[in-house]
Design a protein around this ligand. Structure first.
Ligand SMILES: C=C(NCc1c(COP(=O)(O)O)cnc(C)c1O)C(=O)O
Length: 392
């Protein structure tokens, strides 16, 4: 595994300068105040109201922008709030090409809010084949949205190739990559030509399953102004305390991602060799259909693995109930290992016929491999598989 240079040093130092605080605090203070005294009307010293801006939020935004090697970061109160803030760039009649496999909540927002309420058009397309984008682009296409790897099928999209096709068709098309499954430690979409990166900070970036937050990161000054206006005018902003927690979580992101990768690689190989498993979806495995693209555009892989059990819903339920170290829960990217059944949980909002076509079936399990001791994780999976599928 190679890494982006100076990542850990940037995570620990960028935006943290003690000299910016009155007592040279090494750890940035939590500025809980919602308002700020003005010496004269309309002449704030800096911020005037914490919805518009806050010193603790500033520290986090500066740090996170640096980790994606970008100019700007604006944070929001959840990943979906960040998603809606950037999709709010679009106007009625605009068209989005969205990858067919994305988080259920993202799909739900686009299908049940952006399209009916804001008059957008959307086409869901398998972007692992770039030719599908060429076919899908129309004169009113203004945005291409995808996750790579995707949730929950771990599809890998060739970011640079998508950017090339989109910009050749129309330089105004905004290419948005949801980088949640990788974090900036393993993948930097803006360096590959993407215009915007979105994160559910809730996941790997905070990494402790105790904050819900989102971020939008970009080099584009106009987009940054729009996103700042979304914070001010729509107001879906995070608390100073949550910004403090995430800024703290970021300080170990590089260590945690390496541990997730090490554990997940071993777990993926164990699953792939197991007679009770049909197939494993993990881009770092040579068997993954887009393994070469993964190697080309990333520095490693997170703890996200999906796999098909040899069974149906009954076996999936039995497996998940038998787990003792993995916790049955939605979300991902924390230090603890989680397991879930997308068809019933995170992707239940995806229409049944779409789930079937995509392969989000009752025997598809998604796991977020944490940083517990590897032997304990494999032993837990092994005992649960044997309970769920006694005979092979
Ligand atoms: C909660 C889950 N996903 C949230 C998520 C979101 C939404 O983030 P929230 O912070 O949950 O609003 C956006 N993008 C991706 C790729 C995501 O996975 C989940 O998949 O368990």
């Amino acid at each position: 595994m190679s890494t982006f240079p100076h990542f850990g040093t940037a995570a620990i130092h960028v935006g943290q300068e003690p000299e910016q605080w009155d007592m040279n605090q090494v750890v940035p203070p939590i500025s809980m105040s919602s308002t700020y005294k003005q010496d004269n009307p309309g002449e704030p010293k800096g911020h005037d109201y914490s919805r518009a801006g806050n010193p603790t939020r500033d520290v986090l935004q500066k740090n996170l922008a640096a980790l994606e090697d970008a100019k700007h970061c604006q944070v929001f109160s959840s990943g979906l709030a960040a998603t809606s803030a950037i999709i709010n760039l679009l106007k009625t009649g605009d068209h989005i090409v969205c990858s067919d496999d994305v988080y259920g909540g993202t799909q739900r927002y686009i299908r049940r809010v952006a399209v009916p309420n804001h008059g957008l058009e959307v086409d869901s397309v398998d972007l692992t084949d770039v030719k599908n984008l060429e076919t899908a682009i129309k004169p009113n296409t203004k945005m291409v949205w995808f996750e790579s790897p995707s949730n929950p099928l771990l599809k890998v999209v060739d970011i640079a190739a998508i950017v090339q096709v989109a910009k050749k068709a129309n330089p105004e098309i905004v290419v948005v990559v949801d980088n949640t499954f990788m974090s900036p430690y393993f993948q930097r979409p803006i360096s590959l030509g993407a215009d915007v990166v979105v994160h559910s900070i809730t996941k790997y970036i905070n990494g402790h399953s105790d904050v819900v937050m989102g971020a939008v990161i970009t080099d584009n000054d106009e987009f940054q102004q729009h996103l700042f206006f979304m914070q001010l005018a729509v107001g879906a902003v995070p608390s100073p305390f949550d910004c403090f927690l995430v800024n703290r979580g970021l300080k170990t992101l590089h260590i945690r991602m390496r541990a997730h990768y090490e554990n997940a690689m071993a777990v993926a190989k164990y699953l792939e060799a197991n007679d009770r498993i049909e197939s494993v979806l993990y881009p770092a495995l040579e068997s993954h259909p887009q393994h070469e693209v993964h190697l080309k555009q990333t520095k490693g892989m997170s703890g996200m693995i999906s796999f098909y059990l040899k069974g149906e819903l009954k076996e999936s339920r039995a497996f998940l109930s038998a787990l003792k170290v993995f916790t049955l829960a939605e979300s991902l990217g924390g230090y603890e290992s989680l397991a879930e059944l997308p068809a019933i949980m995170t992707h239940a909002s995806v229409p049944a016929e779409t789930r079937e076509v995509l392969g989000i079936t009752d025997n598809l399990i998604r796991i977020s491999v944490g940083i517990e001791d590897l032997d304990d994780l494999i032993a837990d999976l092994d005992q649960a598989l044997k309970i769920a599928i006694p005979k092979v």
